[in-house]
Design a protein around this ligand. Structure first.
Ligand code: OSB
Ligand code: MG
Length: 369
């Protein structure tokens, strides 16, 4: 199937977070989001770029993503039409910039699916109509604040809690959350690469708390070190930052660097590559779950569809809209019994609500093909 693209709008929006989100790499108080809208012969397609304001989580950042889209990625698309399957191949000669590439491919996919009246979930191979939701809890100023936050999320129905950790905020917060909320609570931690292999002894203390996993304890390119750490911990290692492709996933699995994978479509260059990672992991019996980049409803819709694939056997960071924003730009995703429904409408199944979108828009740029 061929979709003819006439042009692409790059739109920036400012989305204040309901509360500051602190990780080992920094504090976020507002999301500066790049939205991509392709205008095609099949109609429009939307997508959200996961890149954050600063290159801390990974090397991409939102101004850079917009620049590479404007200068290289969008101009590389053919004027006479293309199938979404071709986008990855056309963008491949440009190294890196997975989040920018993902946004462009996803917008094309959305347009194409809307044109044939098929949903993301159906196209990707969703095996269920709703997904269980976890929540990622930032580093707090104090233990009482953390306990209040976790209690509130559990009260909202979240079925799994992920605590952000860093040296100085690790064993104690995990201990108190486990003590207060009991052994039944599904609990995991995310270090965002804040440790080194010399911390292995310290990290073994987490083994007492029956965690589902520890996410990305070591640096992004420490694949071998993760394999060594895995031999010393009972807590399963899950990789996030280290996995940028299906090839990375295959390498990590065969090396024993992880036994679980966090799949973020932006980080790996799109939903098609995300599905390939899912397939690879599933063939090896490795559980996967869907991560997040504090997305608006646009990115969230596609993530929830992906999270419905059969190999996504652990709850994802697919939280409800109100965990992030007082007002989302789409109809909000609202938890019901700890789950989010997989959208069933054509494409993403959601679109930005024009008035809400205009209110938060900070810039618009049109790039004709
Ligand atoms: O490491 O998973 C991460 C948010 C921004 C950047 C990196 C990460 C996160 C989260 C929150 O943990 C995920 C979400 O709720 O969207
Ligand atoms: Mg992570």
């Amino acid at each position: 199937m061929k979709t003819k693209i006439s042009g692409v709008e790059l739109r920036r929006i400012a989305m204040p977070l309901v509360a500051p989100f602190r990780t080992s790499f920094g504090v976020e108080t507002s999301r500066d989001v790049l939205l991509v809208r392709v205008v095609t012969s099949d109609g429009e397609g939307w997508a959200e770029c996961g890149a954050m304001s600063e290159p801390r989580y990974c090397s991409e950042y939102v101004d850079g993503a917009q620049d590479v889209l404007r200068k290289f990625l969008i101009p590389a698309l053919p004027k006479d039409g293309l199938d979404v399957q071709a986008v990855g191949r056309i963008l491949h000669p440009f190294t890196g910039h997975n989040m920018a590439k993902s946004a462009l491919e996803t917008a094309v996919l959305d347009a194409q699916l809307r044109g044939v009246d098929e949903s993301f979930g159906s196209y990707l191979g969703a095996a269920r109509d709703r997904v269980p939701c976890g929540v990622s809890v930032g580093i707090m100023d104090s233990i009482p604040e953390l306990l209040d936050a976790v209690e509130a999320y559990i009260g909202e129905g979240y079925v799994r809690i992920k605590l952000k950790i860093e040296p100085g905020w690790d064993i104690e917060p995990v201990r108190v959350v486990r003590e207060r909320f009991g052994d039944e609570l599904l609990l995991q931690v995310d270090a965002n690469a804040a440790y080194t292999l010399t911390d292995a002894q310290h990290l073994t203390k987490l083994d007492d708390f029956d965690l589902l996993l520890i996410e990305q304890p070591l640096a992004n390119d420490d694949m071998v070190q993760h394999a060594q750490l895995a031999k010393r911990l009972r807590t399963p290692i899950c990789l996030d930052e280290s996995i940028e492709s299906a090839a990375d996933a295959a390498a990590a699995i065969s090396l024993g660097a992880c036994s679980i994978i966090n799949i973020k479509p932006g980080r790996v260059g799109g939903y098609l590559e995300a599905r390939r990672i899912h397939d690879t992991a599933r063939a090896h019996g490795i559980p996967v779950w869907c991560g997040g980049m504090l997305e608006t409803g646009i990115g969230r819709a596609a993530n929830v569809a992906l999270a419905a694939l059969p190999g996504f056997t652990l709850p994802g960071d697919t939280s409800g809209s109100h965990r992030y924003f007082a007002t989302d730009i789409t109809q909000p995703f609202v938890l019901s019994d700890g789950h989010l429904d997989v959208p069933t409408g054509p494409g993403l199944g959601v679109t930005p609500l024009p008035d809400l979108l205009d209110e938060v828009t900070t810039s618009r740029e049109w790039i004709a093909l």
